[in-house]
Design a protein around this ligand. Structure first.
Ligand code: SAM
Length: 175
């Protein structure tokens, strides 16, 4: 199973912090990268600094035509999950989606209505409004658990630093 994230509706001033958190969460929980429907080079830069320091091959790619990216993903045999509070609740559909290569769409502001049509599944992490970061984290964690991939224990290859888990304080060693 491969997972990538498509971040829609990013507003350059307003959403920088939360979009960065979407990318960091995706990376930490094992997604391969994030497509960013925006020309904001700052996000790409800050995530590539994280990858340089902490390893792995997570990418952020700025895109200009999200529909063609969704179509390309589907043509390559992947499936598309749109996270929305209006969708089918995650526990009711997770067994259908767990084996596929998934492009997971999260919005910022209201997403274009075509997203609901193009997605193979519109999935709610509970049918209450909350946050794209929380929705993505729970979805990836449940997918990882069901597919037997323990992303929280996974090491990132390359990079400069490793954290040594400690009961108190901070221990970091160079690779
Ligand atoms: N007001 C916007 C709308 O009506 O579409 C949604 C804003 S919400 C803060 C931003 C994103 O968080 C949504 O596009 C969706 O991807 C995600 N999200 C929020 N609550 C969710 C839920 N309960 N389940 C799944 N995704 C959710």
């Amino acid at each position: 199973m491969r997972t990538a994230v498509l971040r829609l509706g990013h507003r350059v001033q307003r959403d920088q912090r939360i979009t960065t958190h979407v990318a960091l969460t995706a990376r930490a929980l094992g997604a391969e990268g994030m497509l960013l429907d925006s020309d904001d080079a700052g996000i790409e830069r800050s995530i590539s600094e994280v990858t340089q320091r902490w390893g792995g091959s997570f990418y952020v790619r700025r895109i200009t035509n999200w529909k063609s990216e969704v179509k390309k993903w589907k043509e390559a045999g992947g499936k598309v999950v749109h996270l929305t509070m209006y969708g089918m609740n995650l526990p009711d559909v997770i067994n259908e989606i767990v084996t596929d290569n998934l492009l997971i769409i999260v919005g910022a502001e209201k997403v274009p209505p075509e997203v609901y049509e193009l997605a193979d599944w519109n999935v709610a992490v509970g049918n209450q409004p909350h946050s794209e970061v929380a929705a993505l984290a729970i979805t990836l964690d449940r997918l990882n658990t069901l597919s037997g991939r323990d992303a929280l224990k996974g090491q990132f290859t390359g990079g400069e630093l490793n954290i040594v888990p400690s009961r108190r304080g901070k221990e970091v060693k160079s690779k």
